[in-house]
Design a protein around this ligand. Sequence first.
Ligand code: GLN
Length: 472
Amino acid sequence: AERCVAAIARTKHLNAFISLPEESALLRQVQDAETNGRGPLNGKLIAIKDNICTSDLPTTAASSILKSFTSPYDATVIKQLRAAGGLIAGKTNMDEFGMGSHSTRSFFGEVAQGTRNNKRVSAGGSSGGSAVAVASNNAWAALGTDTGGSVRLPAAYTGTIGFKPSYGLISRWGVIAYANSLDTVGVFARSSQDAGTVFNALNAHDPKDPTSLPASTRSRISSVVSKASRKRPLRIGVPIEYNIAELNPEVRAVWMQTLRMFANKGHTIHPVSLPTTCHALSAYYVLAPAEASSNLAKYDGVRYGSRAPGSDASSETKSVLFAKSRGEGFGDEVKRRILLGAYTLSAEAIDNYFIQAQKVRRLVQHDFDRVFALPNPLLDEQPANGENNQVDILVCPTAPTLPPTLKSLEGQSPVDAYMNDVFTVPASLAGLPAVSIPVGYVVDGAAATVGIQVIGQYGDDQLVLDFASQYE
Ligand code: GLN
């Protein structure tokens, strides 16, 4: 913990944290952990994305509208970390409400992972602060949230492990909602074993979260997974649609190098087709903003959020008060998403956008169910098996790009920014477990990493983590 605190002080310029505990508060956490006995995370410092509620530090979601909010309670995941002996290192910087891919859209200033030719380099987003905290040794591990890639993308850019578990395994109670049907708490760590240790501390039913899987579904999943009696070596699927023209050539080369490495370990490689992939991104950018526009309606300056100065319900109509508070409190990207969502849910557009996107989401799920040998434990009936080449796991890049400089992102159009999520959103739409692993390569004589993504069938989280650990 002392080493981490010293590293936090050294890397302040990266702007990874929005708030940090006082030294005395940290000491109190250490004492609490000691009196509670030795848990699996005893004495480990864990950084927390600032959209996860903590009772001892503010929770802002990097938004001006929540800049003075401190939650009266701890999120379930925070309670679980504390019970396992973990110490909260601080609250990490992010894109406002999780909307973004470079942690540049924060009320508290942008995050960087360092510099290249004197230019600040993107840490990825939206959980960029959590990724930097782990990459710079500010923390042993970190929690982020992944709605469409926000744990996996920053992990890929910063050379850390970023694990998004199956939807519904980890509680979302006390996690500020962006798009609740997609939001998943995920873990950053420097090894997949460490990510697994944190995941195991959090992987439990929470009656407070209606989407948390109950014990009956959990035992159904484990019986399906244990019946699979998978033979090692494994069958690795390579989604052919992921080999897009826009793929950075270095990313493609490292993807091929990774497949060769797995083949050398005895696993077999099989091309598979996920034909709906090309529509997944559009579906995500209809569904996520639609849910966001509904979730963010409560920040009106009355029930939640800061109220615009000078507004007073007695002298102005309520709608003016709401409009002023929301106009001042939300950043541009959040406003864009609210408008998009409100439009696609409107009577005029719902059939052509929201309903269509829900149908695409179902097709994306079917694509995955067709290629995985393991039946989807959530379904009674499996879709017709179109592939005779079924696989245990998929391996593909996490992102089509390498980390850009923050300068090069200035003036980037929103649609260009959304494109970067093309490889992460399919697993989000289907709720599947996926991990980004840093695969090393040499560029101009210097060591670098590319994030390679490993995706498993729903509930196959342990296989995904075990498989990822073969790379270390
Ligand atoms: N970049 C995506 C978005 O802006 C992913 C965000 C996330 O996973 N929180 O929606």
